[in-house]
Design a protein around this ligand. Sequence first.
Ligand code: RP5
Length: 168
Amino acid sequence: MNQAASAPLVGVVMGSRSDWETMQHAVSRLDQLGVPHEVRVVSAHRTPDLLVQYARTARERGLRAIIAGAGGAAHLPGMLAAMTSLPVLGVPVQSKALNGLDSLLSIVQMPAGVPVATFAIGAAGAANAGLFAAALLAAEHAGIRRALDDFRARQTAEVLDKPDPRQP
Ligand code: RP5
């Protein structure tokens, strides 16, 4: 089910269209779990005014968390966190030059007082950011909680059902 049409609770933003290949993994988890969301390109470098507007209006527009992915000099999650007290979940996109270590360090090393919850580099980090956003919302949204619990139970069953790795 695509939840992008309902009033969004999660904003998924990225610094460039080129980040979509990574960030689609966050969006697919939100879709799977029925979490209403929106998706936007918001660049800290190329569209700084849009960044300010997005962050300043996020809470009043109904968002409850922001997943922000960026690569290289990845200022986007930290700048968003500077301008909103919503939870910001940072996803380091794997960069070409330094394999995403630059992105990771740019996002994770926030000074005390302005937190960004930082996830793994690349697709796994994006997927987990989607799951984590759902977990944040699960306390207040029973449908999301059920979907998350079902997902986790299925994931566990898939492993337990095939204990022998040679089994097709
Ligand atoms: C960052 O620069 C973006 O988040 C992207 O990961 C990286 C490269 O952007 P493009 O040159 O592909 O637009 O701002």
